[in-house]
Design a binder for this molecule. Structure first.
Ligand code: ADP
Length: 437
């Protein structure tokens, strides 16, 4: 936090006055006014008595008048002195109040998540908060210097000089972050530049756009196939029955693909909706039973093309059973789909440190290291053809990630191209239940 300006005339009091439009006079201000009025009256009385006494004394030269004059003057003088002292004290209090208010504004602005740069006359930087220093990549020493000397961005300079602040300005920082810049200018000499890092928001917007484009694309392909075949069948001249049968088979395949995609999308969306809820529906899951069921389904999917083994310790997991089942099933189904015939798949559930881990290891095609960090993104596939050809929706690992997030778990992936992969779901001690009886 950089703070240099101690004096008045900064943007803070100006802003404060601007914000509280037509402020009601406070009681201390009224007292101050009253004090000032009283002391003026006393000063006037002082002068009148003075003039009157001098005149009388001069005309009558009587000693009593002189003493009346002395006593009167002394009383008025004492009252006036005490009034002036009260006035000075009130002034000091007022100055302190302004200083405190100024300090509070600075503290508040310093804590804002936005960058705040306050400029005074001649584009001089009066004050800047830490976030703005980061946004503009400048050092605290720039305070006191011209903004344009400190920040050398020609587009920003032109925008500021144009003074058309109704539209916002967008720029990239040196660290390649997206900044939204807005200006508040209460008068022609002062301005406050507010910078907002919108990198994350842009990323989410891009993701949403990509997601909609991907879903549309994924749904359009099977729909095109289905409508194409229906169109053929509707044309005059009948097709041979074996061709019709083949078309119907393909249409069914595409309809199934659309259904799995919609099922996965609905599951993903319901997991996201449940993200904010507490885990009141968590239960003690008997993992041996759940894994036996999943492995049985995996074997049915594999049609005996793979050896699928299960090693399971008698440890229970605390979580949402249907979600855990769907996550494990996704890993097993991936292992089956990405392992050539004759390969081996091993499902293991065992203690790991104080927690527990479920791993699915295969001897399949493996994954190059550069793809691993992106595998849990929706619709991210290493090989689109293989994924679609084996009925993949591109959403399986995104579902696994969400399930783990809701169940305090994390996903570890290890893979060697051509040798195989291990996908491991790791759970903390708080999620492990061991029946002591
Ligand atoms: P998909 O439906 O395409 O399988 P997933 O989200 O389940 O979607 O997986 C994303 C991608 O990760 C897959 O397209 C595939 O390229 C890769 N992948 C997942 N599991 C494995 C595995 N066991 N072996 C090799 N590649 C895998």
């Amino acid at each position: 936090m950089t703070d240099t300006d101690e004096g008045s005339g900064s943007l803070f009091p100006t802003l404060a006055d601007g914000v509280s439009a037509a402020p009601a006079p406070s009681s201390s201000e009224e007292r101050l006014k009253r004090l000032r009025r009283q002391s003026l009256w006393l000063a006037a009385a002082f002068i009148v008595i003075c003039a009157f006494s001098v005149l009388s004394w001069w005309r009558e030269a009587r000693e009593e008048i002189f003493w009346v004059w002395v006593v009167g003057m002394t009383v008025i003088f004492i009252i006036n002195i005490s009034l002036w002292r009260a006035l000075v004290r009130e002034d000091e209090k007022k100055a302190k109040r302004i200083r405190d208010r100024d300090q509070r504004y600075r503290q508040t602005l310093a804590l804002l998540p936005e960058g705040v740069t306050i400029l005074g006359e001649g584009w001089r930087i009066e004050w800047v908060n830490q976030r703005a220093l980061e946004h503009f990549d400048i050092a605290p020493e720039v305070v006191g210097r011209s903004f344009f000397d400190a920040v050398s961005d020609e587009r920003l300079r032109r925008w500021l000089l144009e003074r058309n602040f109704t539209k916002r300005f967008q720029m990239k920082t040196r660290a390649d972050r997206d900044l939204d810049v807005a200006v508040v200018a209460p008068d022609s000499r002062h301005m406050m530049i507010v910078t907002h890092d919108v990198t994350e928001r842009r990323r989410v917007d891009d993701m949403r756009r990509d997601f909609i484009a991907n879903v549309s694309h994924e749904l359009r392909t099977p729909l095109t196939v289905i409508s194409g075949f229906l169109d053929l069948e509707n044309r005059p001249g009948s097709l041979p029955p074996d061709v019709v049968a083949r078309h119907r088979e393909l249409m069914l395949e595409q309809a199934t693909r659309m259904r799995s995609l919609l099922d996965d999308l609905l599951l993903l969306s319901s997991l996201e909706n449940r993200d904010d809820q507490n885990d009141a529906d968590a239960e003690v899951i008997a993992m041996p039973k759940l894994l036996e069921d999943v492995v049985r389904e995996g074997r049915a999917l594999s049609l005996e093309r793979h050896h699928i083994d299960l090693h399971c310790e008698d440890v229970s997991l605390i979580g949402q059973a249907d979600e855990i089942r769907s996550a494990v099933m996704n890993l097993v189904s991936n292992a089956v789909r990405y392992t050539p015939d004759g390969g081996r798949i091993t499902v293991t559930w065992a203690r790991r440190g104080a927690g527990a881990a479920l791993s699915v290891t295969d001897t399949g095609i493996g994954i190059e290291a550069k793809h691993i960090p992106r595998l849990t993104e929706r619709f991210y596939r290493v090989d689109k053809g293989r994924s679609r050809g084996t009925g993949g929706t591109g959403l399986g690992l995104a579902i696994v990630k969400h399930v783990l997030r809701r169940n305090d778990g994390r996903l570890l992936i290890e893979s060697t191209p051509g040798k195989g992969s291990t996908f491991m779901m790791v759970f903390p001690e708080s999620r492990v239940f061991i029946d002591q009886l």
